[in-house]
Design a protein around this ligand. Sequence first.
Ligand SMILES: Nc1ncnc2c1ncn2[C@@H]1O[C@H](COP(=O)(O)OP(=O)(O)OP(=O)(O)O)[C@@H](O)[C@H]1O
Ligand SMILES: [Mg+2]
Length: 134
Amino acid sequence: MQQAVRCGAQGAGPGGAVQGSGMKLIIAIIKPYKLDDVRDALAAVGVQGLTVSEVKGFGRQNGHTEMYRGAEYAISFVPKTKIETVVADDQVAAVVEAIEASARTGAIGDGKIFVVDAHQAIRIRTGERDEAAL
Ligand SMILES: Nc1ncnc2c1ncn2[C@@H]1O[C@H](COP(=O)(O)OP(=O)(O)OP(=O)(O)O)[C@@H](O)[C@H]1O
Ligand SMILES: [Mg+2]
C-alpha cells in the first residue's frame, strides 16, 4: 500500500496552485579563506544550521585557462568552499545579503549563491517537520 507523503504546508492551494513549503536551500560557493567571515555573518542573522564542504569548480574564466603549445587549453579546477543552509522564506533575503557582503573581495572567483526550493525538513531526533526542524 502506498503511503501518503507528508509535505508540511505544501499542497494545492486555492485555485489548485501548489504552494511552497516555506523554506529555501541556499547554496553558496565561496573562496575558502572567507569561510570564517561568512559563518560569523550567518550566525549574526540567525542561521542555526550549516553544512560545509570542500569542493572544486570553475566559473566563466575556466579556472585559469592556459595556452599549451600555442593551441591547447587546460582547464583546471579551483578549490572552493560550499556552504549549504536551509532557512525559512522570510530569512532568505537577509541570509543572501549576509553571504554577499561577507564573501565579496571584488576579485574574480568570489563565488555564487543559488537559492532552491526546499520541500521538506525533518529533525530526526524529534520528528519535527519543516520550519520547526530548522
Ligand atoms: N553556473 C554555475 N553552476 C554551478 N557552480 C558554479 C557556476 N558558476 C560558478 N560555479 C561555482 O562557483 C565557483 C566560483 O565561480 P566564479 O565566482 O569564478 O564565477 P564567475 O561566473 O566566473 O564570476 P567571476 O567573473 O566573478 O569570477 C566556481 O569555481 C564553481 O565551483
Ligand atoms: Mg570566475
